[in-house]
Design a protein around this ligand. Sequence first.
Ligand SMILES: Cc1ncc(COP(=O)(O)O)c(C=O)c1O
Length: 322
Amino acid sequence: MMTRSDTILTSAVEAIGDTPIVELSRLTRGLDGRILAKLEYLNPGFSKKDRIARQIIEDAETSGSLYPGQTVVELTSGNTGTGLAIVCGVKGYPFVAVMSKGNSQERARMMAALGAEVVLVDQMAGSQPGQVSGGDLALVETEAQRIVQERKAFRADQFHLEGNTRAHLYHTAPEILRQTGGAFDAFCDFAGTGGSFAGCALAFKQFNPRILCYLVEPAGAAILAGEPVTQPNHRIQGGGYSMADLPLVSKECIDGYLQVSDEKAMQVARRLAKEEGIFAGFSSGANAAAALQLLNSTCKGKTVVVLLNDSGLKYLSTDLWK
Ligand SMILES: Cc1ncc(COP(=O)(O)O)c(C=O)c1O
């Protein structure tokens, strides 16, 4: 069978997706059960968000809501912006990334290197660098809206556009079903926009309604689980924004909620690096930590699928690797 790696692709955009899946058998040593991890950090922009960047732009091209040469704007924790910088750069759209100063600086530098105009927004009084809260994100949203108006731009709105969910429904999840033969019992995913959770959970439920889908939140900011928000300034970048409603996520697909502390996410990210040779970020640590929780509780003896969302290289300036 011809695979993508046997051919010459026309651009890096075509190199998005088709990531490998790896069993984390060193992480689960001594436990009853398996964790299968999809290495999303191997995408061209080193995160799963390349997928939604491509889908949102190509959906907009198809529907006519994006015209040739029009400026694209999006609010980003860095990963969607990197994906959009790649896709827009290749396709010839100017791109403005609006990001909180609380996100790691590697992200801003990478987007700029890829040709994006990067607008950094100050955090709220009292917020800490490396800890982007829902309040910080609201300030970024206001600035993104202002730039869209000013430049008559296309807003690649990852919190609302279905392209976000569709990228995972039509690509990430079918790849997982193909790679595993559908032989797994559960999926757990740390939610930012919830697009990855929503798209994958929908596809998995359509394939087999008995696959259990768990939404992962930071401990102390588990608003979707109905818990009080006591720690909005957690360290798991890319999600856990304490938004009471995620427009893309339908409650019917959620079988349960899991919570992961900053310390646990970091500890498991470090174990992934040392024991599995997998250099991924905070939220990948959170996903793998949540999967370990499942193997130690309701999913003993079962197989759990997770996404490893982005590269550890994006956090070299943080104490994740100290
Ligand atoms: C590193 C990282 N992890 C997790 C997420 C959350 O993914 P989603 O928006 O699909 O819920 C994001 C989203 O930007 C991210 O950048």
